[in-house]
Design a protein. Structure first.
Length: 351
């Protein structure tokens, strides 16, 4: 349906939600030195400078950049080298009003639906898994979590591990079994040639360092070396410790899994951080302290900065929140504990 809409002239965004073409270094994509954008004063149109496309095709005009909020280019992805300092980081001369600037984060989360990103579907499946576990339907919860893993494993893979260390073994068994079935069906559907092509596509995709821009690898020059993996390992162990130490509270276990996945993954984009909305809601079901709630307010700011292509504040905020979850100070809801302890045998009366 989306392809039919594009062929019929459906308006599209100037560039994908993970950044302008100049930030991509994969096969067949222009590099940062091949395309530079400028804005003409008469037509207010973004167009490549001479020397445009690298694949021999004629250069095309970019989408208009009017001064109205509805036509302003999105502020997603790293900076693009542009004239008159009109980059995704600073749109001088075509800045939208302040209220629209504050709403760019939900806009950048919704735009991926146009490109087939299953962000909200993954969040919904994780929420369904949490809901089913609370009602002691462990195998069904594992199946829901497996579907989320099949759609986008890099944003949920720590959740089943956190459930494992928290003692929710039946849910993990259901997840593993459903994943095995989905993997077998996919292998049969693709065949040997399809699997080889799929593996090659994964290899080429991960070779693009742009996919690590919003991960811890950004702190090490987008390089996945020993130092990067050491930091990822430390953060992963800390996440599992939080899940184990707060294993009685299912809300915290899921929140630690959602947060820990983002802290350990090496392939992320801005929409993937939408997982933190569900994680924050789970924590707010309890009674976090005032300082904890204020930390959520700081997280709103770091989310906004993330849309400007600056991941460092968000990376630091994630580490701070994991520390807060590990320290504790959150009283879980009584109904949450009653559901978690409903399966425990009742104690014999003392005579």
């Amino acid at each position: 349906m989306l392809r039919a809409g594009r062929l019929s002239g459906w308006p599209r965004a100037p560039w994908p939600p993970d950044g302008p073409p100049s930030t991509r270094s994969g096969a067949g994509s222009p590099t940062s030195s091949s395309i530079r954008f400028t804005r003409t004063s008469a037509s207010s149109t973004w167009r490549p400078k001479p020397g445009g496309a690298t694949d021999g095709r004629p250069s095309t005009t970019r989408a208009p950049c009017a001064r109205s909020p509805a036509h302003s280019p999105p502020t997603t992805g790293p900076s693009t080298a542009c004239s008159r300092t009109c980059t995704p980081h600073s749109w001088r001369g075509c800045s939208p009003p302040l209220p629209f600037s504050q709403s760019r984060w939900p806009t950048s989360c919704g735009l991926p639906s146009y490109y087939g990103q299953p962000t909200f579907l993954v969040i919904a499946l994780v929420a369904v898994a949490w809901w089913l576990i609370r009602r002691e339907q462990m195998l069904a919860a594992g199946i829901a979590l497996a579907l989320a893993t099949a759609l986008k494993p890099q944003v949920v893979f720590m959740i089943p591990i956190c459930l494992l260390v928290a003692g929710r073994f039946k849910a993990v068994v259901g997840w593993a079994g459903a994943c095995a079935v989905l993997a077998a069906l996919s292998a049969v559907a693709l065949g040997p040639a399809g699997l080889a092509s799929y593996w090659e596509a994964l290899r080429l995709g991960q070779a693009d360092v742009g996919h690590t821009f919003f991960t811890v690898a950004y702190l090490f020059g987008l390089h996945l070396g020993p130092a990067t993996y050491a930091v990822l390992a430390v953060q992963g162990i800390a996440c599992l410790y939080v899940a184990w130490s707060r294993r009685e509270d299912l809300d915290i276990v899921f929140a630690a899994g959602l947060l820990g996945t983002l802290m350990v993954s090496i392939h992320l984009h801005q929409p993937d951080y939408s997982n933190l909305v569900l994680a924050a809601w789970l924590v707010l079901r309890g009674t976090p302290s005032l300082a904890h709630r204020l930390w959520f307010g700081v997280g709103i700011v770091t989310m906004q900065v993330l849309t400007l292509g600056q991941p460092v504040p968000q990376l630091l905020w994630d580490a701070g929140w994991l520390t807060i979850l590990g320290v504790g100070g959150i009283k879980p809801r009584r109904e949450s504990l009653s559901h978690d302890r409903s399966a425990e045998p009742a104690a014999e009366p003392v005579v």
